[in-house]
Write a new protein. Structure first.
Length: 345
């Protein structure tokens, strides 16, 4: 298992493109300053030992060294010890809608990003519960089976986007059935499904699937993402550039609204709760409180309990690159320099 102990430091990597722009500007300024002295070729002959290309090499070495230092500060770690741990909790599967309608921007920045933030905060507050992830659109897939490795869960969560499932739609019934199959089949309780979607169901059978899940001891809590007013669904090209909004067969822009009715019905069938998300901490607190009131079970799992630091390799590489940059002169070696300044052709 790989992780960063201080992953917030990775944001500092954004400094490198900025430094590159500043370096290009410096070269432009230097070249302009030299042109004031006279002909460029003559100025170069006046400085026969100077090699401008070495400036680029020194910059690349320093930039790479800075990148290694930043990664070292984030402290990459490798799991080194896998142990069995016993806990008391419940099994929670989060089923997240990744259909294109989740890109609607009636929540800031869009429904999907708000949903992912909610799931991330929920994972942080689960405690001893096992968690799994399902993504669904026109079909449903198990993104991560039940585990108590919350770091892995958040890694999987970051990779979720609307391009994961090519078939479009909102297959609520398939998501519920997949979750039902992913729980421990021997358990008759201790199972909760958190269904996060805008509710635009494009298939029948969601309520029947919820009733079957209830018979197997699954409680479904639904969370509605979106607004009553709704918003158009943006469309993007292969380079992630917005090219317009989704239109119907008549050429009218499609307006996607939150459909709460089906979500309330699913929650009622399984004696769960319906919550409407607005991007604040409130809905996370409510769902955590609801899950905390469920009866707990004892279970064991295998997790990494010890991690070995890897920062020293990155810091060592950075030190080596800085040393090479320090020793690298911008001047030509004396044996390569010839006194041809006033030589006649």
């Amino acid at each position: 298992m790989f992780r960063f102990e201080n992953e917030e430091y990775l944001w500092l990597l954004l400094l490198i493109p900025l430094l590159a722009l500043l370096f290009v500007w410096f070269l432009w300024w230097q070249r302009k300053a030299k042109s004031k002295f006279g002909d460029r070729a003559l100025v170069q002959k006046l400085m026969p030992s100077y090699i401008s290309s070495k400036l680029w090499l020194k910059f690349l070495l320093n930039a790479l060294a800075l990148a290694l230092i930043i990664v070292g500060l984030a402290n990459p770690q490798m799991g080194s010890k896998l142990e069995k741990v016993e806990r008391q909790g419940i099994d929670v599967i989060v089923a997240l809608d990744v259909s294109r309608s989740m890109l609607a921007e009636d929540l800031t920045p869009n429904r999907l990003d708000v949903s992912k933030r909610i799931v991330s905060k929920l994972i942080d507050r689960l405690g001893n519960d096992r968690v799994g992830l399902i993504v669904f659109a026109g079909s449903a897939y198990l993104q991560m089976p039940l585990t108590i490795d919350y770091s892995a869960a958040k890694l999987f969560l970051r990779t979720i986007d609307t391009d994961m499932i090519p078939s479009q739609g909102t297959a609520l019934g398939q998501a519920i059935n997949l979750a039902k199959e992913s729980f421990d089949q021997d358990a008759t309780k201790y199972k909760a499904l958190v269904l996060i979607t805008d509710g635009e169901n494009h298939e029948n059978g969601a309520l029947d699937a919820a009733k079957e899940a209830k018979e197997q001891g699954v409680i479904i809590h639904t969370m509605g993402i979106g607004s009553d007013v709704g918003a158009p669904i943006p469309e993007f090209n292969s380079r992630k550039q917005r090219v317009g909004y989704k239109k119907d067969k008549n050429g009218e822009v499609v307006n996607s609204k939150l459909e709460e009715k089906i979500l309330r019905q699913i929650a009622d069938v399984t004696e769960g709760d319906y919550l409407r998300a607005n991007g604040t901490q409130g809905e996370v607190t409510k769902i955590v409180a609801t899950l905390a009131n469920m009866e707990k079970k004892d279970f064991e799992d295998r997790v990494f309990t010890d991690y070995e630091d890897q920062f020293q390799y990155f810091m060592g590489g950075a030190l080596l690159l800085l040393l090479i940059s320090f020793l690298l002169s911008e001047k030509r070696s004396p044996w390569m320099t010839t006194g041809t300044l006033f030589e006649r052709n």
